[in-house]
Design a protein around this ligand. Structure first.
Ligand SMILES: *Cc1c(COP(=O)(O)O)cnc(C)c1O
Length: 352
């Protein structure tokens, strides 16, 4: 006899992002902007004042207060996590029980299904329409007939960039009273259909937010779950006490002290997104049999290509030091600086 891994994890592979150095990286939907030096200096100052021999604040009160002020929500309804990823783990492992049904939509962020699987939830797929919209009545029917306990989707969606309008999200929440609706609004700064203001009104809604996208701080690992008091209490009860380290807390607290800067950084990304979309769309209009794309509500475009072409173009761009994300017959391209956008466009056109 020898030690054997359990069958759940035996065939899993570690997550391997593309490694190596590339001159342009537009593969991970990060912000192309860095936090300005003066704000970084403020962060460093706060970090230098920390007592690192002590444990961090378990409830990250300063971060919640800054988040609450910036987004206009009650800080008592916010749970801070080590990235949204930690919060997704908590949701599937503790708010859900083994064997309970988790509905995920497809295509959508693949981690929902992955964490559900690891938590031994029964994962039920809901297929989106061909144009990546969600038929809310069909989704509600599936949830209710399966007696699903949780549904998770990103809005706007990663990877499609398509959003579900707020009124439709509300209609879903109201149609599935026995199911927790988790709306991952990681990209909602780039659109305007948030349901963050609804969390107190419903007993089955949670909104996830993150520092990783428009807030330009993917490196600090800081995410947020916003829900009513009952669910927030449960999240706080089940999380590990010191889940968010004090360096991250100090940096995030400083960040929220500069709301004007956060707003202008978001505006700059939206401008870049609009320009990238317009130029790729112009290319698609010129070569309709080679690529197509839908309007996007996020900070990336999701470009469809004929079978095998996306992978080939991805490899050609990579050879030229430009990394985008290759996903089956699509390329997902994060918007970047003017130069980065023009380079990706040039390589796209050259390699068609
Ligand atoms: C990037 C992203 C997040 C953020 O995850 P973190 O762990 O907070 O970095 C969450 N959801 C979706 C759909 C994303 O694309």
């Amino acid at each position: 006899m020898a030690y054997q891994l359990n069958e759940k994890v035996r065939d899993m592979e570690p997550y391997e992002p593309i490694s190596g150095t590339y001159r342009i990286r537009l593969d991970a939907n990060e912000s192309f902007l860095e936090v300005p030096e003066c704000i970084k200096a403020d962060m460093l100052h706060r970090i230098s004042e920390l007592h690192l021999n002590r444990y961090p604040d378990p409830l990250a009160a300063g971060v919640r207060s800054g988040f609450g002020k910036y987004y206009g929500v009650n800080p008592d309804l916010v749970t801070v996590g080590n990235g949204s990823d930690e919060l997704l783990t908590l949701l599937t492992q503790t708010i859900m029980m083994k064997g309970e049904k988790l509905v995920y939509t497809s295509p959508d962020f693949s981690m929902y299904k992955c964490y559900g699987y690891l938590a031994e939830n029964e994962c039920v797929e809901f297929k989106k329409n061909a144009d990546f919209t969600i038929d809310v009545d069909a989704l509600a029917n599936l949830i209710n007939s399966e007696r699903a306990r949780m549904v998770i989707f990103s809005n706007p969606c990663n990877p499609t960039g398509v959003g579900l309008p707020r009124a439709e999200v509300v209609r879903l929440i109201e149609s599935v009273p026995d199911c927790l609706v988790v709306v991952d609004e990681a990209y909602m700064e780039f659109w305007n259909q948030s349901v963050l203001d609804c969390v107190e009104k419903y007993d089955n809604l949670m909104v996830l937010k993150t520092c990783s996208k428009s807030l330009r701080m993917a490196g600090i690992r800081c995410g947020f779950a916003v829900s009513n008091r009952t669910i927030t209490n449960a999240m706080r009860a089940v999380k590990s006490p010191y889940n968010v380290n004090s360096i991250t807390q100090a940096a995030a607290e400083a960040l929220f002290d500069y709301p004007q800067d956060l707003n202008s950084a978001t505006d700059a990304v939206i401008r870049s997104r609009n320009e990238l979309y317009a130029s790729v769309k112009a290319l698609a209009d010129k070569f309709p049999d080679k690529l197509s794309l839908l309007p996007t509500a996020a900070n990336f475009v999701y470009v469809k290509m004929p079978s095998g072409e996306a992978k080939r173009v991805f490899e050609a761009m990579k050879a030229d030091g430009v990394i985008v994300r290759s996903m089956g017959d699509h390329l997902r391209i994060t918007c970047g600086t003017d130069y980065e956008n023009s380079e990706v466009l040039r390589l796209l056109e050259e390699n068609l």
